[in-house]
Design a protein. Structure first.
Length: 428
């Protein structure tokens, strides 16, 4: 295997996602599509990029102990050292000399000879630390305050550790944070309306590590699933996304349902596959185009139109349910989207909470009496979750909250959603 090209690809993915703000999966797709590298190189590049993003906080903390002046160190040097440190600490199949070799060469190429010597020295010092850096005590001894310890050991920004400690307490906050460091399994949903649904479920059940009402968690994606996806018999969807819909009793929601943040239609088609009438809207035309592609693939007719979920909605009749799978800070899906934690700020969370409040207000107006309002986020932030719903019911006493659901820190597969279902009461 020619490993150096994997490192160049990983660096390009990280540049796009951390410096140019591209979503990590989109960056991986773009870089790997353009690359001529062989399959194993692409696999290693993806692993390095995701692994570094998941563990960057811990790695930067260790490197800060070894660099003479961490705050004034060149970002180029830090990034190369970070990816090399990820290899040395977490990928035992790569010989240490190979890692030192590519990292020092790349530093020389992008900076200069002197910096190459610095890189060599830092990586050799890292190796001398041995197993100590794999134990929480190393970080506990070098940090003040539980938030700073968690930020280093669990690799997240300090504000996030502080927010989760305040919201969920020490034990749960640490359990949520630990879960973000694991790669989640692959999720698949079987289209129960498809003639091959029964046969497909029988093929998938023995391969699955977990099961939901609609789908399975898999450690590997079998080839036969590609055909099933092309025929509209199966759809990629995380288990956590399927489970929150189950926990909110989606089968009981009255139709037609307006899915007002439908995106590419992940949950839209889960509802359509139940035989529900669903209308889809979103502000993002690119995602709506993908949703229309999904309608063609699955053969399920879902009308789709562009509208902001804060209203107004260009509708001739009111839906009986509004589903808001709201834009949110995404802190519940960091295992799948580890770039998010390095891009979000507390201020973003507050801005998103305001937007969600406006969307809930517009849905409240649109729904008739007896209508159902379902709200979902993929984040762990009370202001966007239970606090948002508590504020909404205070402002809208005509709504009763029927159910709330929140993934537990112990839940597999380590992705966390929140949801609530509310009913608009008959006018007195
Ligand atoms: C969590 S994603 C939805 C995921 C989708 N429901 C699924 O299961 O695949 C949130 C969606 O809200 C959309 N969005 C963001 N701001 C919006 C707004 N003001 N009005 C309507 N949709 C918005 C985004 O484009 C994105 O598709």
């Amino acid at each position: 295997m020619s490993t150096p090209s994997a490192r160049h690809l990983a660096m390009d993915i990280l540049r796009r996602t951390l410096d140019n703000n591209q979503d990590v999966q989109a960056a991986v797709d773009d870089v790997l599509t353009a690359a001529s590298a062989a399959g194993p190189d692409k696999g290693l590049a993806t692993e390095l990029a995701y692994g570094y993003l998941r563990l960057r906080g811990r790695i930067d903390f260790i490197l800060a102990q070894l660099l003479r002046d961490p705050l004034r160190t060149s970002p180029v040097l830090k990034r190369i050292l970070g990816v090399a440190a990820y290899e040395l600490l977490f990928l035992s199949r790569i010989p240490e000399y190979a890692t030192l070799d590519w990292a020092v060469s790349l530093v020389r190429e992008r900076l200069d000879q002197t910096m190459g010597k610095v890189a060599n020295g830092v990586l050799r010092s890292l190796l001398r630390l041995g197993r100590a850096v794999h134990h929480p005590e190393y970080y506990q001894l070098k940090t003040a305050g539980h938030d700073n310890f968690l930020a280093a050991w669990c690799s997240c920004p300090q504000w996030m550790a502080r927010m989760w400690l305040d919201a969920y307490g020490k034990e749960q906050a640490q359990a949520f944070l630990q879960a973000t460091l694991q790669a989640p399994p692959l999720g698949v949903r079987v289209n129960r309306l498809h003639p091959r649904a029964g046969e497909l479920r029988e093929q998938l059940a023995p391969l699955a590590t977990e099961q939901t009402t609609w789908g399975f968690a898999l450690t590997q994606w079998p080839d036969f699933l590609n055909d099933a996806v092309n025929e509209g018999a199966a759809t990629r969807q995380s288990l956590a996304a399927q489970r929150i819909m189950d926990a909110l009793g989606v089968e009981h929601w009255p139709a037609p349902v307006l899915d007002a943040c439908a995106g590419r239609g992940g949950k839209t088609f889960l509802m359509a596959e139940m035989g529900k009438e669903v209308w889809a809207s979103d502000v993002n035309v690119f995602r709506l185009r993908q949703l229309r592609g999904e309608a063609a693939r699955t053969g399920l007719p879902v009308p789709a139109f562009r509208a902001p979920a804060q209203g107004p909605f260009p509708l001739r009749r009111a839906p009986r349910a509004v589903f808001l799978d709201a834009p949110c800070s995404g802190l519940g899906v960091l295992s799948r989207r580890p770039d998010i934690k390095w891009k979000r700020s507390r201020a973003d969370c507050a801005g998103l909470a305001r937007l969600q409040g406006e969307m809930l207000g517009a849905a409240a107006e649109l729904l008739p009496s007896g209508g159902c309002l379902a709200y979902v986020t993929c984040t762990l932030n009370p202001a966007e979750n239970e606090g948002q719903i508590a504020g909404f019911t205070r402002e809208h006493p005509e709504f009763t909250c029927l159910r709330q659901a929140q993934s537990d820190p112990g839940d597999n597969p380590g992705e966390f959603f929140y949801g609530a279902v509310l009913r608009k009461n008959e006018a007195a």
